[in-house]
Ligand binder design. Structure first.
Ligand code: PRP
Ligand code: ADE
Length: 176
């Protein structure tokens, strides 16, 4: 990512030490979301980092929805939600996982992705990679063509990238 966009992201993220658990430095993206010019600049720049031919963006609840939907719209792709458990009707595909500060279960609607659909995973932040690895495993059950995974922020020090071996991974802003 170019330095200018790094700065735009960095200056619109609020840092909260010891949230939600002691020892976690929480990075809050709500200042970025509330700034019209910054939000538009980041979404538009982000699309330039992505592979060609994306048909589906899978975004993980909740922050992956807020960023994944405008990305899908800009790309002319569809949006598929990976929801926290218990929200979807029918017989969704589901998987439990651990993340930096807890554990959760996500579900993708039955029949949401066609076999071979060219799919990108999106979330606001890659920390330990637990969430992304679970979304990846769930998405693969649909026999999609996975084009990659992309994040607004990659906390490289937590090693999340290693949980997505072989997956082309991009981030708007990578921190050591
Ligand atoms: C946050 C973030 C990622 C995940 C990253 O989501 O939005 O999805 O944690 O952490 P990991 O790489 O260690 O798995 P959270 O579950 O807090 O949900 P939210 O989007 O609803 O705030
Ligand atoms: N998700 C996992 N770790 C996080 C962090 N440090 N800040 C914001 N969201 C997160």
């Amino acid at each position: 990512a170019d330095g200018c966009l790094d700065d735009l992201v960095r200056t619109h993220i609020a840092l909260h030490p010891d949230f939600p658990n002691p020892g976690v430095l929480f990075r809050d993206i709500t200042p970025l979301l509330a700034d019209a010019a910054a939000l538009r600049a980041v979404i538009r720049h982000w699309t330039t980092l992505l592979p060609e031919g994306i048909e589906y963006v899978v975004g993980t609840e909740a922050r992956g929805f807020v960023l994944g939907a405008p990305l899908a719209y800009e790309l002319g792709a569809g949006f598929v939600p990976a929801r926290k458990a218990g929200k979807l009707p029918g017989t969704p595909a589901g998987l439990s996982y651990d993340l930096e500060y807890g554990s959760a279960r996500i579900e993708i609607p039955e029949h949401a992705l066609p076999a071979g659909g060219r799919t990108l995973l999106v979330d606001d932040l890659l920390a330990t990679g637990g969430t992304a690895a679970a979304t990846l495993e769930l998405t693969r059950r649909f026999d999609v063509e996975l084009l990659g995974a992309s994040f607004l922020i990659e906390l490289a020090g937590l090693g999340g990238r290693e949980k997505l071996p072989g997956v082309p991974l991009t981030a708007v802003w990578t921190l050591d």
